[in-house]
Ligand binder design. Sequence first.
Ligand code: SAM
Length: 231
Amino acid sequence: MKFTFVTLFSNLVKGYFQDSILKRAIDKDIFSVDYLNPRDFSNNKHFKVDDTAVGGGAGMVMNPQPLFTALDTLKKQEEDIHIIFMTPVAKPFSQNDAKRLAKKSHIAFVSGRYEGIDERVIEEYADEVFSIGDYILTGGELASLVICDAVSRNIDGVLGNSDSLSIESFETPLLEAPSFSKPKNYEGNCVPSEYLKGNHSKIRTLKIALSECKTKFFRPEQHLKHKITKR
Ligand code: SAM
């Protein structure tokens, strides 16, 4: 698997792969990451990549030419590439998307900056568009990283223990039960006593009950749906 970040500011992305789980996965050749700067493809003598908006409006918009040339180059190198644009107006990215995308061989994330990307680029090249939430970031780099992180932990071999994937929140209708670590009693705050007694069937029952409570509290609509489908 390969991830290509199409961005004007690759330094914003690079640091994320220099530590922890994703660095280990890159060191083990489970996936690789590279970068493509649209500015390097600009025909403008000053390597400009943006201009004022046609029809008026505040701020600058990323020009089509550098992105058309950059993405054509990428597609010529690999036909099988899956190109994803980051945009706050798209459908929100989800865990199901993360699992589906983990089966691709090459994903390119295109990050907008300024007031965004000329719509013609998105229409021409997007295999998919995603938002990471209903708020506006200064650019798509963080959004790309969020998606790349969520996708890559679903690639075989990235997580030390793949069991952790199947019991997580969003894998089932209920959120994951609360987790506790040692010590059992931290300054008077105790873990639920049932967790300590070693009766796995009782622990499982308690965890399901706690999952229900957590889902009802944090995601009441999801809990309602779960109750209806259980009937
Ligand atoms: N003018 C645009 C609008 O109102 O829809 C927002 C542009 S935003 C300042 C610049 C870039 O950041 C976007 O092109 C997109 O790539 C990225 N971006 C901002 N918020 C995002 C979000 N919630 N999800 C995904 N990408 C986002």
